[in-house]
Design a protein around this ligand. Sequence first.
Ligand code: TRH
Length: 394
Amino acid sequence: MMESSQTNSPSLALFCKVVDNFGDIGICWRLSRQLHNEHQVRVHLWVDDLISFQRICPEVDINSPHQTVKGIQIHHWNNQDAHFTEKDIADIVIEFFACDIPPAYIQAMAKRSEQPVWLNLEGLTAEEWVEGCHRLPSPHPTLSITKHFFFPGFTEKTGGLLVEQDLENKRNAFLQDPEAIDAFWKNLGIDADDSAATKISLFCYPHAPIADLFSVWENSPSKILCLIPEGVARDQVHAFSGRNLRAGDSATRGSLSLHILPFVPQEQYDQLLWLCDLNFVRGEDSFVRAQWAGKPFIWHIYPQDENLHHKKLKAFLQRYASEFPQLCTLSLAWNAALAGEANWTDLWNHFQQERQKIETESSAWTTSMRKNGDLCANLLSFTKEVRQKWQNLG
Ligand code: TRH
């Protein structure tokens, strides 16, 4: 399965379990492409859910157990019992979010003459403890093989954030190309007439207080165009419009127009974030892309037991938004983490007064994040370090 190679470019197997939604495969797909495009790594992406994968990458054939898309070898990981030998093992093995990779794969890793560097790529959090756990080794309880933890993050003592080398140039080129922008909106069925409205993209979980915001926006003094990927906020969209809206449909009440978007490939989702005046994002990957977009954004964090996610949200806001109190308050309210009752009209109006300042100052954030290096390059240089250490140990 894994072509053995004498070339200098390493092979890498990335195992991805789709727990739910699109973030797991979204991150793994993005990382795979960057490893391949920027570092010539021969990537084998093992994923258990090709249907979710196809939503963000339409080229994926959901019926094909092994396929190559954009230079990445994709394998449908549909059981834990597959047989593996040493020849199948990559130079670098990554399990995403501590997913259980097949036992036979681990056995074969331990037997390989040159052991692979085995990493557990963890979820993103702004909490401080991450710095202490990043790069820690975790020896296997029975086999002679060690895995290391690798944490993305917001400081130089973490693995940094996923970002392609050319992302900023791509974004600037797109924003300076009126024809491309025009074509983008037309392709999504957005009227040129809508160009005067404040454009807001809305990607959140169903429990967000969406109806409260719709009601404030409906009564706004100026027009608002809210762009919603199909399936997101389905019930609230129905309540607003009185019917089920499909991709391409719109509904207007007062100052607010809702427009339903098809789920677009990742590259186009980036363009949407670049073009909107404000982005509501969620989970991990859209949250990171919103930061690189340089536009104000409100994060709907993935919910966890015992409100653990509120701690994570606050840790991020402390780093990102200490100068933006209204953004903090609105974000806390959006995530039901605000002490006391939320007055949505006040929350929105106050945030509006701060919005321009956030946009102006967003480049300071992206510059400081870039100083931490990018996750993909950091990860590869860590694998080299580990290998070097082993060689030194003889
Ligand atoms: O979809 P998410 O909520 O994903 C996750 C998962 O729930 C996961 O289990 C959890 O661990 C993680 O959140 C924290 O949100 P996220 O992370 O933003 O992923 C969405 C992906 O979908 C991202 O790669 C962007 C992509 N996308 C498109 O490609 N096109 C679109 O039209 C939209 C709306 C998103």
